[in-house]
Design a protein around this ligand. Structure first.
Ligand SMILES: *Cc1c(COP(=O)(O)O)cnc(C)c1O
Length: 609
């Protein structure tokens, strides 16, 4: 049976049991049952399911792994972590992360004014807040207010001019002053003077010359005691540990030398994010070549060595992993709306007294196809169809012939696949590259997995049920936007096989896994498909509870977000109804009522079931 690579990407969060995929926690509910339950409350369209226990799991995992790594080599620095808000700022997500982080004093990282306000209003107790990104004086004032509120806040300086702003605000406001971090520009990240991102045009961080200047400025203004942290970030979804090791060696040496230069309160290195997530469904093409355990032990090992060699105290380690914490908690479930070859059934054939010879041959192929000749007949039928389509273009056959040819070929393909279904997957892939079934899926790629569109990032995809049956159709997925980029084409490197289903009789849901990081807020309203309905699912020993449901925006709200005057839209419609010569007076109220109801629906399609 096909397991859709769940052993590779699933991290034991989900497992297949019988015909369904289940959540591997407490009462282990099936995703299919949760989705059916929610849809029975008249919620149709795609659904984003959030599982807070998976957020908790990742937080715990990161702390425990680093704790073990420290213990193993008797590392003296403290380990701390913060969640970078840019990865997911939705309130439904932030609430559970704050809850789950309490026992660890898990902190928050903000990169903009809006994120800083989320952090300041949600941070718990003395859990750390770090602030990265470009800041104006106003934003720096906000960090001073946070310090005044007694919060454990560190402002990371991205450039000398920001440091000058801090000095200015410190003069105006006096204490308390937030802790200061300096972002360092690492040469080991390939940022050289000649690179576009290097030199004075670089986006983030201080060069070694600027670092020395910063230390002098801090000394001059008696602020050196607030300088506690250096920071770097090597980019997201790091695939190899060697990049981190290089960066750590550089940062570790900078740390040690800055301490020697008198930065006596400098006690922490912030590694930023980058800890990767395994998305692949194909064993032969893994995305990652290291584990969290390796990440943690390499970090402590490299930093301890440098500290020993240069005789300084071992730095505290702060990490800002976002993807690793957030990605697994959310699963997008989208119903299949249509299968494109479904309409090609035998009874759609139109009988003709005489057929073109190639059509007669298609009838013969269909009649005599067996397991032994299936592959050959399948290829013949595709060749015949191509020839017939050319004949049609030249005017030699008519539209009825053409339709019959399409139907016959599709039936032959289906029959061949059925006969060959026990062949090894490798051979099926070869056969099927050309004859994929198109699955129209009720969701928007642009809204729900924008990184597939923008970066060709793959996400694990699998059906939620029928998992005890071998899937026989090579699938390309089409979303419901009117954009030809809204397609996940069949990829023989990452082949997706799905089931033949009769959608009139049953629902067929696809799960898109690990979409909890970046996708939600990067998602765009292309074609005005907005954020899907979201449900938070608490699983307990007995079953599960649907904690919250946040519905997808209504059509009227979508128009409102584009600056339409919503009352005016309704008024306009009603006015047109009142003045239409095609609508009688008695029909008006009913039609207005229907339109008003429509405006309160969301924009996704409604499947029949
Ligand atoms: C984006 C970002 C992160 C998060 O990176 P992940 O790869 O999601 O862990 C952490 N720190 C900084 C400064 C960032 O810009």
């Amino acid at each position: 049976m096909q397991d859709y690579g769940i052993r590779i990407w699933g991290e034991d969060d989900f497992f297949i049991d019988g015909d369904k995929v289940k959540v591997n926690y407490k009462s282990s509910p099936a995703l299919f049952d949760i989705v059916t339950n929610i849809r029975n409350q008249d919620i149709k369209g795609p659904l984003l399911l959030r599982f807070p226990h998976l957020i908790k799991k990742q937080i715990k995992l990161i702390y425990k792994t680093f704790e073990n790594a420290c213990k193993e080599i008797d590392y003296h620095g403290k380990f701390q972590a913060v969640f970078p808000l840019k990865v997911n700022q939705f309130a439904d997500f932030i609430q559970p992360i704050i809850e789950a982080g309490k026992p660890f004093q898990y902190g928050l990282e903000a990169g903009s004014k809006a994120e800083l306000l989320i952090a300041m209003s949600h941070i718990y107790d003395q859990a750390p807040v770090t602030v990265n990104g470009f800041k104006d004086k106003e934003m720096i004032e906000l960090t001073f207010l946070s310090a005044k509120m007694g919060q454990n806040i560190t402002v990371t300086i991205e450039g000398i001019n920001e440091l000058e702003s801090i000095i200015e605000v410190a003069k105006e406001r006096g204490t308390p002053i937030p802790k200061i971090g300096l972002r360092i520009k690492l040469h080991s990240m390939g940022i050289g003077i000649w690179a576009k991102s290097g030199g004075i045009n670089s986006k983030f961080g201080l060069t070694s010359t600027e670092l020395l200047e910063a230390i002098n400025l801090l000394k001059q203004h008696k602020l050196l005691e607030y300088f506690t942290m250096i920071h770097f970030h090597i980019g997201s979804q790091m695939t190899q540990i060697s990049n981190l090791k290089k960066a750590l060696r550089e940062a570790g040496n900078i740390y040690a030398d800055l301490r020697k230069l008198g930065a006596s309160h400098l006690n922490s290195i912030n590694l930023g994010g980058g800890l990767g997530v395994e998305y692949t469904q194909n064993e032969s093409y893994p995305e990652l070549t290291y584990s969290l355990r390796e990440y943690a032990s390499e970090t402590t090992f490299v930093l301890q060595n440098i500290a020993k060699k240069k005789n300084v105290q071992e730095p505290n380690i702060i990490i800002e992993s976002g993807r690793f914490i957030a990605s697994s908690h959310a699963v997008l479930v989208a119903p299949v709306f249509e299968l494109f070859s479904e309409e090609y059934t035998q009874n759609a054939l139109i009988h003709k007294e005489t057929n073109p010879p190639l059509i007669d041959e298609l009838y013969e192929l269909l009649k005599f196809i067996t397991k032994k000749n299936a592959q050959e007949y399948l290829h013949d039928s595709i060749d015949h169809l191509n020839s017939l389509l050319t004949l049609f273009d030249l005017g030699y056959i008519d539209l009825i012939d053409r339709s019959n040819a399409e139907i016959l070929t599709h039936i032959i393909i289906k029959k061949a696949i059925l006969l060959l279904k026990d062949e090894p997957i490798k051979e099926l892939i070869q056969i099927q590259d050309k004859i994929q079934e198109k699955y129209l899926v009720n969701f928007s790629i642009f809204q729900s997995i924008p990184d597939f569109w923008g970066l060709a990032q793959r996400f694990p995809i699998m059906p939620l049920a029928k998992l005890d049956t071998k899937p026989t159709r090579s699938a390309s997925l089409w979303d419901i936007t009117c954009d030809s980029d809204g397609e996940i084409a069949f990829d023989s490197k990452n082949p997706l096989f799905l089931h033949s289903v009769n959608l009139d009789e049953e629902d067929y849901f696809l799960g898109f896994f690990k979409v909890g990081a970046y996708q939600e807020v990067l998602g765009m309203n292309h074609n005005l498909f907005t954020h899907p309905t979201t449900a938070t699912i608490e699983i307990n020993e007995q079953g599960y509870k649907i904690q919250t449901i946040t519905p997808s925006d209504t059509l009227i709200k979508i128009l409102d977000s584009l600056n339409y005057n919503c009352t005016k839209i309704e008024d306009n419609l009603f006015h047109k109804i009142d003045n239409s010569p095609f609508i009688s007076k008695t029909q008006r109220a009913q039609i207005k009522h229907e339109i008003a109801l429509f405006l309160q629906e969301n924009g996704y399609l409604k499947t029949v079931n």
